[in-house]
Structures are given as structure tokens and as C-alpha cells.
Design a binder for this molecule. Structure first.
Ligand SMILES: [Zn+2]
Length: 78
């Protein structure tokens, strides 16, 4: 899955009804930068047996966290 090209309605976890939009909102609005923070903000997928959605969330974090960090922090030295 290429999350940078996926639509906001794309399901990150069918079982938890978690969409890409929900995860991006958690990153953008709540400064979530880890799987645990995304889960606590969204209140879903807290079941650690959801290995697949945790993997998806990590992939989304890898893409969007640097983007929003750059937007918020300006030119912070990497
Ligand atoms: Zn899940």
C-alpha cells in the first residue's frame, strides 16, 4: 500500500473502522508520532492482536510525521 497516494477514506483497519484520514488527523491535530499515540487519540485498535493495522499505522507515520513536523517546526536541523 502506498499511503502517500491513498485516499483519506482508505481503511487502515477494516476491523476497527480506522481510515487513513483518522490517522492523518491524529498526526496533524494531536501531534501523534507513534503507534501508541495514534491509538490513544483515535481510541481504536488498542487490541495488540491487530498486528496488521499497527503495521499500516507505522507506514503512515513514516510518511506523514516528517511532513507535519516540517510544517510546524520550520527548518529544524534534522
Ligand atoms: Zn485494528
Amino acid at each position: 500500500m502506498d499511503w502517500s497516494k491513498a485516499s483519506g477514506d482508505t481503511k487502515v483497519c477494516e476491523e476497527c473502522n480506522l481510515s487513513l484520514r483518522d490517522v492523518v488527523k491524529a498526526i496533524a491535530l494531536r501531534d501523534a508520532d507513534s503507534i501508541d499515540e495514534v491509538l490513544s487519540v483515535t481510541g481504536v485498535c488498542s487490541d495488540t492482536s491487530h498486528e496488521d493495522c499497527h503495521k499500516n499505522i507505522q507506514e503512515i507515520l513514516d510518511i506523514y510525521v516528517p511532513i507535519y513536523a516540517a510544517l510546524k517546526g520550520g527548518c529544524g536541523g534534522g
